[in-house]
Design a protein around this ligand. Structure first.
Ligand SMILES: Cc1cc2nc3c(=O)[nH]c(=O)nc-3n(C[C@H](O)[C@H](O)[C@H](O)COP(=O)(O)OP(=O)(O)OC[C@H]3O[C@@H](n4cnc5c(N)ncnc54)[C@H](O)[C@@H]3O)c2cc1C
Length: 647
């Protein structure tokens, strides 16, 4: 994702307020983050239990016979009914799991199931594994590639599972430089290269102030960067005091877009910043790296910062996979026992309640093929792809259907160019990776870190543009599915704008000619146009985290259907979200069949995940119990409508 606090380093994929959050203690922030997830889920479970109890149903529902309701009938999210002591069971003979999709979530589910000795199939719509892990290789020469999907990974506690996967797959890692020396910025037609490693911190170099015809009051131009920090003060103070209050604020903020929050929430009497905030938004709209992201949820922006909160201290700890992230996929494919079945697009999933055996789940592929039966389905597709599957007989709750349809995804487009030589290193001294930000259509140019030590006389790759949101849609309209074929306009736009980014009026012609001479070929990719994802990654809108996320993580269809994948995770938009959600899917599958011994085995090898509270006092068992209820059991009893008799 793109940094909202633009003009700073590009901190994607979901960066935003990082710089302003560094004041918050990392541990506290992580705690509130996990706490917020748990509370959302706990809240929704408590509400449902309370309703079922009030309707007099609870004790009659399978699994809830021994649940003692609180004396006032209101279930407390923090004291949910504990997990009952069941005898551990073996998995019923013949149990087979269907994993839909061979991306990170699918392959990781397979890895865990292999360890537990549970049989599975992987049905993959595409003719390749990896999903949104995709490396384009221009040739087999070293470093002659770019990562179209995931490409950089901060080595911080929330990403631990990703690094554990790197270890398991034994892929080579190389330092990824978020910032590097001599990277330019260009806004309002003005290119600035840093002087002695610094950009001017005062004044109005890009002319956004009123006296330069912009919208920022002249007297605010030097203080604007502190406005956002002030905006966070309330939340920060609450976090310092304790989790509960912070969570309440989190909940309150969830309904705001970033723009709303800045313009309304922090402009009350406490801060008296209304004008400054407006100006700030205006200024940031110009200097940000992705047009449109001020309209995402404010909490999304806060959560983004979890990864980047560590950034200042441990920049060196960002890594990428040397040779491309696809190496992880290749290694996983080698490791898992059952290889994916390709060109198997799942088109219908259903539960057959009349089935007499354990394989009650029906999976149809490619519309007309014979359905295959399984005991459980772990679905890893994006929600856009799930929306295209017939799920009428899958007993999904209406809220899950709403989530599938409405949960917001961001777009992202990348275009990489192969040049005769790395002219940005030899001519501009951009020797250590990093990014350039601009308001030109290319918006963000990434100087790769993996090729900085290569021979400068050899061809080199530049990620000419990495865009999100509306910027991505616009560049994406020039990208063809068989890129680079028929992309003269895209090629022209890229080369011309690279020249503008690296020049001013006086030397544009010279720079443009040099860049054109050096061009060999290019490749572009627009994730919104990808048949197998139809979007880049989840980027929740206001209110969606609170209202939709708790429903997405609850199983359905007798708790035999599990939605996992990047979007169904609090860490969405990162590989780690896919991995953690896959863990949840397998865990809940085992819970459904009371396979506690296998759960123990899973914990021993794969640890636990922060977003699922397991154990007696946790909520995982309740998600599964509630997921086993039929839609009829969950429905409200019909109200008797008394008609008024007139006359
Ligand atoms: C541009 C971009 C940049 C990113 N950058 C980073 C980064 O730097 N660091 C990071 O950690 N993460 C990053 N991410 C996120 C990361 O790539 C994803 O979170 C992760 O790869 C998603 O994996 P998944 O298994 O959840 O979903 P997917 O990879 O989408 O896997 C789902 C699979 O399901 C298949 N499928 C779809 N429909 C069907 C169907 N009907 N039947 C059968 N199969 C189907 C698809 O073909 C696909 O293989 C980035 C993502 C993008 C798009």
């Amino acid at each position: 994702m793109a940094p909202l606090a633009g003009g700073e380093a590009n901190l994607g994929p979901r960066a935003s307020f990082t710089r302003h959050m560094v004041m918050i203690s990392n541990d506290r922030l992580l705690r509130i983050f996990a706490y917020a997830n748990h509370e959302q889920v706990r809240d929704s479970i408590a509400k449902l239990l309370t309703r079922l109890h009030k309707e007099g149903k609870l004790s009659t529902l399978p699994g809830f016979e021994h649940v003692t309701p609180p004396s006032d009938g209101e279930f407390n999210p923090r004291h949910l009914p504990p997990r009952e002591d069941h005898k551990p069971k073996d998995l019923p003979v013949g149990t087979k799991v269907c994993i839909v999709g061979a991306g990170m979530a699918g392959l990781y589910s397979a890895l865990i199931l292999d360890h537990l000795g549970v049989p599975y199939d992987i049905l993959e719509a595409a003719d390749r594994p990896g999903g949104r892990i995709l490396t384009h290789y221009f040739s087999t020469r070293k470093h002659d590639y770019y990562d179209i999907g995931a490409m950089r990974f901060p080595n911080i506690p929330p990403m631990e599972r990703t690094y554990d996967l790197f270890k398991r797959t034994n892929v080579p890692l190389v330092t990824y430089h978020l910032t590097g020396p001599n990277t330019p910025k260009r806004y309002n037609g003005i290119t600035i290269f840093p002087q002695n490693g610094e950009f001017p911190v005062k004044g109005d170099p890009f002319r956004v102030s009123e006296s330069n015809g912009g919208s920022v009051p002249d007297d605010k131009i030097d203080t604007l960067s502190s406005v956002l920090e002030n905006a966070f003060r309330l939340l920060r103070e609450a976090i310092k005091k304790g989790d509960e209050e912070a969570f309440e604020m989190f909940k309150e903020c969830d309904d705001f877009t970033v723009r709303d929050y800045l313009e309304q929430k922090v402009t009350g009497t406490q801060f008296k910043l209304k004008n400054a905030c407006r100006s700030y938004v205006q200024e940031r709209l110009t200097l940000s790296s992705a047009t449109g992201q001020f309209d995402a949820a404010f909490t999304e922006a806060v959560m983004d910062s979890v990864a980047f909160d560590y950034w200042e201290d441990i920049e060196e700890e960002w890594k990428s996979v040397e040779g491309g992230t696809s190496l992880v996929t290749e290694a996983l494919i080698d490791m898992i026992r059952t290889k994916p079945r390709y060109n198997k697009r799942v088109t219908r999933m259903a539960i057959d309640r009349k089935a007499e055996s354990n394989d009650m789940m029906l999976v149809h592929t490619n519309y007309d093929e014979e359905p295959i039966r399984y005991a459980t389905i772990i679905n890893t597709t994006t929600l856009a792809c799930l929306q295209r599957v017939d799920t009428d007989d899958l007993e999904l709750s209406p809220t899950v259907k709403i989530a599938t349809r409405t949960l917001q995804y961001d777009s992202s487009t990348k275009v990489a160019i192969k040049f005769e030589s790395p002219w940005w290193i030899t001519k501009f001294g951009i020797t250590g990776g990093g990014v350039a930000n601009t308001d030109l259509p290319i918006r963000v140019c990434v100087y790769p870190s993996y090729n900085i030590h290569d021979n400068v006389n050899n061809p080199a790759i530049l990620l000419c543009t990495y865009t999100w949101s509306q910027d991505a849609t616009r560049i994406g309209s020039l990208v063809n599915l068989d890129s680079p074929r028929g992309e003269e306009e895209l090629k022209g736009l890229m080369l011309y704008n690279l020249a503008r980014l690296h020049s001013n009026n006086d030397n544009f012609d010279e720079v443009y000619a040099m860049i054109k001479r050096s061009y060999i070929t290019h490749h572009g990719f627009d994730w919104a146009m990808d048949d197998y994802s139809s979007g880049a990654f989840a980027f929740f809108g206001p209110g969606q985290f609170r209202s939709l996320y708790p429903h997405l993580v609850r199983p359905a269809a007798d708790s035999r259907f599990h939605i996992v994948g990047e979007a169904a995770s609090a860490n969405h938009a990162w590989i780690v979200g896919s991995l953690e959600s896959a863990y949840r899917g397998v865990w809940n599958f085992l819970e459904r069949f009371h396979c506690y011994d296998l759960q123990e085995k899973m914990v021993k090898e794969f640890g636990t995940i922060p977003e699922l509270e397991i154990g007696e006092e946790g909520f995982a068992h309740l998600l599964v119990l509630l997921g086993m209820l039929t839609p009829q059991q969950l429905a409200r009893p019909e109200k008797t409508v008394v008609k008024e008799v007139t006359g």
